[in-house]
Design a protein around this ligand. Sequence first.
Ligand SMILES: [Zn+2]
Length: 414
Amino acid sequence: MTVNKFIRSLLNLKELSVTDFKLKVRKRTLDLWVKPYKNGCLCPRCRRRGRIVRIMDECRLWRDLPLYGCTVMLWYCPREILCPTHGRTQENIPWADSYARVTYRLEYAMLVYCQLMTQKAAAKILHIPKSTLSDLLHRTITRIRDGHRIRGLKCIGVDEISYCKGHKYATIVYDIERACVVWVGQGKARESIDRFFNEMLSDYQKRHIKWASCDMSQAYIGAIEAHCPNVTLVLDRFHIAKALNEAVDEVRKQEWRKASVSERKALKGLRWLLFRHSSNRSKKQTRVLNALRKGNRRIHRAWVLKDEFEQFWEYRAPWAAKRFLKRWTATALKSRIEPIRNFVHTVRKHIDRILPFIGSRLTNAIAEGLNRIIKIVKNRASGFQTLKAFTDMIFLTVGDVDIPAQIPVGFRTL
Ligand SMILES: [Zn+2]
């Protein structure tokens, strides 16, 4: 085995042969002069062999995976060839994309590492500055997602997420059936979500959206109902439960403000107790809440109404659920507790968007699950300065394209 062949096998360099090498011990760099193995001079578009017209004067270099602390660089002067169909063009480079300055192998490692860790940590492992890595990541993901079309969208979820400390928001659209993110856009207003429907979907696709789930934001509801003629909108169960919890908490706050010092003692520690679902409350906790009946009638009343409302989600028959909701809202209105009454008005306003839940059992739970992964990514990076960087990471971790799997097969090694 010659030394060149040895290096080639050792570094597992595919589709190229090594013609020369130079190891700079002090600078810890290994330079390899390479050339395409067997299949050189191919047209990048049609993969046919062409006649060499010119050899480029300057060598190009590509960064490869680092080796034992050594930076590895590949050097090659690409040939200009004459393709019978496409004319003069630069030959296909088998180990990297036409305009990339790094090899497919490095791109693959970068994508996989960034799914697992922060960009900073990945940059350290790969021996590249962090800003270069962010740049590379953006370019690679954009190239891979270029020309990608959304397909087979039947069931969507829409949610908002903040991405910067300055309360900047982004709107995220999920494909609930396939559990992935299909779109990310700046802002949470009507224009943002309109942009998704206008730019990403054809009229045919909009007609095929059968189900949608979102929170009670008027912008999202309005846009979904305006763009998708055949949609059944189901307001997200957890957002409704949250609204009711907030109403109960408002009652507690009002009572707290009114209470005297001695009365406040009885109201201490109620906040999280009131939020608890009846199924994960201990007997002791239930006793504390029942004692409120004597301590504070208004909080007790609000809590009982909240507990009763939980039943709604258990119904299987739409007619029974409707009857329950009618009775519950009537009782709740009589309570004369302002925050609860406001909640009732919201329920009545959206009743046609709440009842379909019973038949469909559609929730944003999958979207919330993905949202949790996105939040982990966000917190790991301690927030993102730009939406561009955030979008890259969202598409890389929970996007509708498996991005690392788009790198050519032979180069998917770490
Ligand atoms: Zn060609």
